[in-house]
Write a protein that binds this ligand. Structure first.
Ligand SMILES: C[S@@+](CC[C@H](N)C(=O)[O-])C[C@H]1O[C@@H](n2cnc3c(N)ncnc32)[C@H](O)[C@@H]1O
Length: 283
């Protein structure tokens, strides 16, 4: 691929545009990527067609170049041979950045606007990464409700982050964004960090779920779907929002990322409560 890229650049400076050679080369590069996406789907069940192409392709090509590999084929062969590299690559493309109590406005709005309207507490954190979001919601609810009545289903497509989440052990840096009152109440100091206390761990169930392929859980009172849909193409987003509606109880809430607001929420059957907070019509 990089040989081809070099030829591509050379041609760019020597040939007038539009030129058939350039068009042929760009089609070839595109075909490599098309082939690679199909291979990744076979290996992992993840359909890269549903992720925004420009962003994803750039990330993958950076990764290939970081590993000093020649082309998509060589890279695919490495992924087939080495399960560790495959897991690492999935981590890289799925972007696991997260933190406790991310987007502070949401947690305040949860307390002030959402909690007073909730009667039961089935919550789904649907791209939970290493678990910080799921534990944040469990701690917030536990301030007001008996933990016996709190069930947080936390899902992600990436098994590696789920394994970290299940342990519930975080570094001192990671818990910096946890409000002081929760830090002392819900974490225990251990030799390898700060462990979420048993009472909170028991409220959260972690499970693998691919938002682009798997069936969604039903009867949810609140869905947190934050900082994931920005990576998906529009058709996928619309389908996911429509499926969330079926997952929510009437009146159930949906939090999206601050940059992922729903445009046609009314037509889809949602009402808007605040910026990036919606709820299902009562019907
Ligand atoms: C940026 S993190 C967001 C974590 C958390 N929701 C937050 O806002 O801090 C995005 C997560 O989405 C997960 N993800 C990517 N593609 C997914 C898919 N198709 N289905 C489910 N989760 C996916 C990634 O593994 C990653 O952990």
């Amino acid at each position: 691929m990089f040989e081809k890229s070099a030829t591509f650049v050379a041609l760019f400076f020597t040939l007038p545009y539009p030129c058939p050679q350039l068009v042929t080369l760009s089609i070839l590069l595109k075909m490599d990527y098309e082939w690679f996406k199909a291979e990744i789907y076979t290996l992992t069940g993840i359909d890269l067609n549903l992720y925004k192409e420009k962003q994803m392709k750039r990330r993958i090509e950076n990764y290939i170049s970081m590993h000093r590999l020649g082309d998509y084929k060589e890279f695919r062969n490495l992924l087939v041979r080495d399960a560790g590299k495959l897991a690492q690559f999935l981590d890289y493309i799925t972007i696991n950045v997260t933190e406790f109590f991310r987007t502070p406005e949401h947690w305040q709005q949860l307390e002030e606007l959402v909690l007073p309207r909730m009667q039961s507490y089935n919550v789904w954190s649907c791209a939970c990464s290493t678990g910080e979001e799921a534990y944040s919601i469990a701690m917030s609810l536990a301030e007001h409700i008996s933990t016996e009545n709190i069930h947080v289903l936390a899902t992600d497509v990436d098994e590696r982050v789920l394994a970290i989440a299940r342990k519930g052990i975080y570094s001192e840096n990671a818990i910096e964004t946890v409000p002081e009152k929760y830090r002392t109440k819900y974490f225990e100091r251990t030799h390898d960090g700060y462990k979420v206390c048993k009472e909170i761990l028991q409220c959260v169930e972690f499970r693998k779920l691919n938002l682009l392929a798997d069936e969604f859980p039903k009867d949810q009172d609140l869905i947190l779907c934050r900082n994931i849909l920005i990576y998906f193409v529009n058709e996928a987003k619309v389908e996911i929002y429509a499926s969330f509606l079926k997952s929510l109880k009437p009146g159930g809430f949906l939090f999206t990322g601050h940059t992922e607001q729903m445009i046609h929420y009314k037509e889809m059957g949602y009402c808007r409560l605040a910026k990036s907070i919606y709820y299902r019509y009562y019907r």
